[in-house]
Design a protein around this ligand. Structure first.
Ligand code: ADP
Ligand code: MG
Length: 307
């Protein structure tokens, strides 16, 4: 089942939390929404899962639209919301039965579905415990189990590993990878390594817009075409940043935090700004004390796109 998002917009008062985004996710893809806090990831997920109506635009799951077929769509989607709200005074098994009933799983199938979820999410040892007695990692597993109880074709997981310790993170990632073999998955995170570890494709979201879309390799190579230099220039009272930005080969200039005189200089695609930087310093009679090239990391791509 594919997901087509068309010109989706959500306004909270005057603020556009999601601003006219469009993209398509194919059956079986595992896609990561990556973006800083407040980027619009949760809002987008709430609209796709029909928990919130858009201000404008549409999302279609094959022929179903979030504007008209909310109930049908909810049956096809499993959703783990951001804070994983659970009924903590229920035992795991009772809670999963309750979720199965609401999702319309037939009475005859409920026991086997609960059994499958307990196996798949590794809940066997804890199965009779109350949710309030579980650690955060196990609660997250219960959240995943409730999202999948009705065997949906699509899974939408909002920050599934927040608050987990490193061992639990590895376990949940493994589980998501396993699920991704059978289902279309969208997960969100503000942590780059998270989406890199689990997703085939990354959509970077910033201020309600999609600013990049591709595999981690394509995103990295997009940025690799652009040279990144760190320069140190000694120039009393001069506006070095402005002068560097004035060079034809330079795309962006950022002062390096906490290091006086240092600048991070990004060149335009497929050109080098080394010689222009050097010539600029000579003509202005500034001291060029350092000039170092860097390999671009995915972190740089993320920081550049979301700064
Ligand atoms: P993310 O999940 O990427 O952190 P959100 O979708 O939660 O981002 O939020 C996007 C923006 O919309 C933020 O600026 C947030 O403060 C705002 N926002 C989210 N929910 C509401 C709401 N219910 N009312 C008003 N503003 C909201
Ligand atoms: Mg969020």
């Amino acid at each position: 089942m594919s997901i087509v998002v068309e010109n989706l917009t959500k306004k909270y008062g005057e603020q556009k939390a999601v601003n006219d985004i469009s993209f398509k996710i194919n059956t079986g893809e595992v896609v990561g929404f990556l973006g800083p806090n407040g980027a619009g990831k949760s809002t987008t997920m709430k609209m796709i899962t029909c928990y919130m109506a858009p201000t404008s635009g549409d999302v279609r799951l094959d022929e179903l639209s979030i504007l008209n077929e909310q109930e049908d769509i909810k049956k096809k989607i499993g959703y783990l919301p951001e804070n994983n709200p659970l009924y903590t005074d229920m035992a795991i098994v009772d809670y999963l039965r309750f979720c199965a009933e609401i999702q319309g799983v037939s009475k005859a199938k409920i026991p086997s579905r609960i059994g499958d979820m307990i196996d798949m999410c590794g809940l066997e040892r804890e199965r009779h415990k109350k949710i309030s007695e579980l650690s955060k990692g196990y609660r997250q597993r219960v959240g995943l189990a409730q999202a999948m109880i009705h065997d949906p074709e699509i899974l939408i997981l909002d920050e599934p590993t927040t608050g987990l310790d490193p061992n639990q993170i590895i376990e949940i990632r493994k589980l998501i990878k396993k699920l991704g073999k059978e289902k279309t998955v969208i997960l969100s995170s503000h942590i780059l390594s998270e989406v890199e570890a689990t997703c085939d494709r990354i959509l970077i979201i910033n201020r309600g817009r999609i600013v990049a879309d591709g595999t981690s390799d394509t995103l990295r190579s997009q940025a690799e075409g652009k040279e990144l230099l760190t320069v140190k220039i000694e120039a009393a009272d001069a506006d070095v940043k402005k002068a560097l930005l004035g060079l034809a080969s330079v795309e962006t200039v950022e002062p390096v935090e906490g290091k006086a005189g240092f600048f991070s200089v990004r060149s335009k695609p497929d050109v080098s700004s080394r010689k222009e930087v050097f010539d600029l310093c000579v003509s202005k009679k500034w001291y060029l004390l350092e000039m170092t090239g860097h390999e671009t990391k995915l972190e740089d791509v993320f920081r550049e796109l979301t700064n």
